[in-house]
Design a protein around this ligand. Sequence first.
Ligand code: GDP
Length: 198
Amino acid sequence: MALNFAKVEFIRSAAARTQFLRDGLPQFAFAGRSNVGKSSVINRLVGRKNLAYVGASPGKTTQINYFLVDRGAYLVDLPGYGYAKVSRAEKERWGRLMESYFQDEAQIITAGVLIVDIRHKPTADDVTMHTWFRETGCPEIVVANKLDKLKRSQVEPALALIRETLELAEADVLVPFSAEKGTGKEELIGLLNAACER
Ligand code: GDP
């Protein structure tokens, strides 16, 4: 049965491996560079204004937040990357946390959601994150957010640049999305539900 994303509750934040959830429920892992709109995408999916905190300040970003959707799956909000201003110590903390998440043997990611900015060529960090998802073998959904900021004629070339940079195959999923307007919401929810049934 399809998950109702409007039924969602915060479960916990994890800053270390011992706090990860591994109870066998499907996990949707959301990643993206800071300011790409990851919180806004999550809030849009669940129909809340501030479930995931929009504009979280640097320095409070090195934790993984787990939300339970319809008691059937976890939405896992991975810490954003690419803040210009974070300290080296914090970058290292981020790296260790992500490494332990992606290398956790008990960690089964049902679907990885990589959020990129439709207006820009994916960054080197985006490419790294994309590689990490690929290495887990999980299905990955690339979400090109901030669609509303482009003119219609700019959309296809922008999507092509993202596909090229991430070396996406034709069968790989790229969803144009606007957290602001809600475009792409139903498609993304459909893809996440489908990932649970694989
Ligand atoms: P995060 O750091 O990735 O969690 O990004 P936020 O969700 O805090 O969003 C960063 C900024 O981008 C905020 O000012 C949002 O209002 C804005 N934003 C996010 N998604 C969209 C979108 O689809 N369209 C537009 N125009 N702005 C967006």
